[in-house]
Every structure is written in structure tokens, then in C-alpha cells.
Unconditional design. Structure first.
Length: 368
């Protein structure tokens, strides 16, 4: 049996390999041709003068853009680099490897042509304006790694104004995959959605959307306790209405019927204690969650520790502490719970039917 040191060494290997392979290939995506160029004369078909005919057809019949161009299979992966993985605000250039990785997954898993677009603005209104101006070229937009709380307003505004589906993967994608994973995990341990007590660590874009989708799937909000960096959410957090983060205040009023009050470092063990399910999307670990806290959970506990690039606790430590099922956001560990399992297929279906939006109800149907 491997020692903990061997397991950690193995977990660190993808990062070591990435530092060799990224410079070798100089990125992960490129542009290739769909059409055949048999000889020089074909340029007259694909470019001038022939290309004028489809241009005029699109002008007169706008929907033919899906016949004449790649719009129906083209997705923009747009980020400002303010909330990349668990690394924080690292800037648009440093976000490019992640966005290229998203494009790789789009193509490999969904057959979708995606292109990374990292923009040099953090302003909410400018981001909205950019997406609306860029939408003629794309069949959909995948928003990625935008800081909260502005990400909520950006998504909500664009869903109302855009003519193409707008998707914020950190919210919708993570929520869809997490709820799907929990449905199956609870089947394995023989517990019902409405019966479990849930602890949630982190109250960013992912966990806010996960919480609402969990409630829609049958989890009782009153049996759910959530914490952010300042402590547990509860109705006594009177600073929340003025915090510029109304989503937290809404959750504070809906959840934590036991009124568990704990601040900062005391909040994590308080949220975990006596729960059936733990969903953590906070900061990259390890060491964010301690083994002894997992031992305070109920029998047949389900632990989702999904911070990237390193989970809040190593999965083998959570298992040693008594968790029955442990999932992480990493593809090199068992039981991956990551939006990459959802967005390629969701966009494949969305593009194929030329949907104008992706609603919360559509996400719920994914789990049926």
C-alpha cells in the first residue's frame, strides 16, 4: 500500500508534467480548416469573390448564418482572470492556460469549437458590453473565472439581453455536476435528499448556485449550514444586506435553522459536525479541512472537497477519518466532481437545437 508521501508525490506529478508539456506545445489549441482546399482556385470559393454570395444570403436571411458559418458550433470562453481556480486574481494573461484547457475539453468531449478570450478589464459593465458586442460570431458564451459577486449580475444581465446562450460554468456547470454526483452518492449510502443534513464550506459563485440547485432537488434549506470567510451564515449576520452580496443574505435567511453561530476559524468544524454531506469549494488545500473534523460527521458520510488545484483535504485522509464516499474536482483522483463532466455535453445539446438560453429548469432536467 502506498504511503501518504507517495500519494502526495503522485498528486504533484501533473503539475510537474504541465511545466514540461505546455512550453513544448506552446499552448493547447490551434485553428485548423474544415473545408477542402484542393488548389489555388478554391480560394475563390472560400474567400473573394465567391464568399460574397453567402454574405448576401445572411444579410437577407439572418438565420442562414448557421448554414454558412461555424457560428452554430463556436463558443467563446471569456474570462477576466479575477477568480482562476483556487488561485484568485492572477490576471487575464495568466488565465489563458485554463481557458485553453476549457477549449480542449469542449472539443475533445463535446465536439465543440471553443476559443479562449481573456479580456483586460475587471469592470462589470464593460464585460457585459464586450460579450454583447462579440455575440454575432458565436453560438454561445462560456463565462469563466469571474470574481464574485459581480459574476451573478453579469450572468443575470446577459441571460436577459443576449441572443445566444450565456453560461457561467463556475455557477451552473459546477452546480449541475455536484447535484448529479450527490444524487448518486446518496443512492449508494441509502439516504434521501430530504433527510440529509448538509454542511457547505465556501460561499462563492459555485456554492451559492449549488445550494439553490440542491434545494430544488429536495435538500431541506433548514438542514443546511453554510460558511464564508467570516463565519457561518445566519439571520444575525446584519452586515450582509449592505455587503453588495445579496445572494449571501438570501441564503442566511433560508438556511441554518439550528442557528449555528461560529466565526472565522471556528466556523469550519462547526459546519462539518453532525452532517451527512459536506460540500466544500473554498480555497486550495491541503490542510483547509482537518481529519478530526471529518470524524464528527454522521455514519456513511459523503464528502465533496472540490477546491482546485488541490482539494481542501486529501481524499485518502477523509476516507481514513470515516467518510464513506469522497469526491474531488481532480481528474486524477477517483470520483471526480468537476464542471468538465457537464459543460461539453450541455453545450453540445444547446448548440444542436440552437437554444437561445440555458435556464435553471434545463439544469434540473439534466439530473432526471
Amino acid at each position: 500500500m502506498s504511503s501518504d508521501a507517495d500519494k502526495v508525490k503522485k498528486a504533484e506529478q501533473p503539475g510537474i508534467d504541465a511545466m514540461k508539456m505546455h512550453p513544448f506545445y506552446k499552448g493547447k489549441v490551434e485553428t485548423i480548416l474544415k473545408c477542402c482546399v484542393r488548389d489555388y482556385d478554391d480560394f475563390g470559393i472560400w474567400y473573394t469573390p465567391g464568399v460574397a454570395k453567402p454574405c448576401l444570403d445572411i444579410r437577407d436571411n439572418p438565420d442562414t448564418v448557421f448554414q454558412h458559418t461555424n457560428k452554430g458550433n463556436f463558443v467563446a470562453v471569456i474570462s477576466d482572470g479575477t477568480r482562476v481556480l483556487g488561485l484568485g486574481d492572477i490576471g487575464p494573461e495568466a488565465a489563458i492556460p485554463v481557458m485553453e484547457g476549457k477549449a480542449l475539453l469542449f472539443k475533445y468531449l463535446g465536439g465543440v469549437d471553443a476559443f479562449p478570450v481573456c479580456i483586460d478589464t475587471k469592470d462589470k459593465d464593460e464585460i457585459i458590453k464586450f460579450v454583447l458586442q462579440a455575440q454575432p460570431c458565436f453560438g454561445g458564451v462560456n463565462l469563466e473565472d469571474l470574481a464574485q459577486p459581480k459574476c451573478f449580475d453579469i450572468l443575470d444581465t446577459l441571460r436577459k439581453k443576449a441572443r445566444i446562450p450565456i453560461w457561467h460554468d463556475d455557477q451552473q456547470g459546477t452546480a449541475a455536476v455536484t447535484v448529479a454526483g450527490l444524487i448518486n452518492a446518496l443512492k449508494v449510502v441509502g439516504k434521501g435528499m430530504g433527510d440529509v443534513k448538509v454542511g457547505m464550506i465556501g460561499c462563492g459563485a459555485s456554492n451559492v448556485r449549488i445550494a439553490h440547485l440542491l434545494f430544488q432537488a429536495g435538500v431541506d434549506p433548514k438542514k443546511t449550514v453554510i460558511c464564508d470567510t467570516k463565519g457561518t451564515l445566519h439571520s444575525g449576520r446584519t452586515e450582509l444586506p449592505e455587503s453588495g452580496f445579496p445572494q449571501k443574505w438570501e441564503l442566511a435567511q433560508m438556511t441554518n435553522a439550528e442557528n449555528i453561530v461560529a466565526e472565522r476559524e471556528d466556523a469550519l468544524p462547526a459546519v462539518i459536525k453532525d452532517t451527512d454531506v459536506l460540500v466544500a469549494l473554498s480555497k486550495s488545500g491541503p490542510g483547509v479541512i482537518e481529519k478530526e473534523w471529518i470524524t464528527t460527521m454522521r455514519d456513511d458520510a459523503v464528502v465533496f472537497v472540490c477546491a482546485n488545484p488541490v482539494p481542501e483535504i486529501w481524499p485518502w485522509e477523509a476516507k481514513e477519518a470515516g467518510a464513506r464516499i469522497v469526491a474531488t474536482g481532480r481528474s486524477d483522483f477517483p470520483n471526480q466532481v468537476n464542471n468538465s463532466l457537464g459543460f461539453p455535453g450541455i453545450f453540445r445539446g444547446t448548440l444542436d437545437v440552437q437554444a437561445r438560453t440555458i435556464t435553471d429548469e434545463m439544469l434540473s432536467l439534466i439530473h432526471i
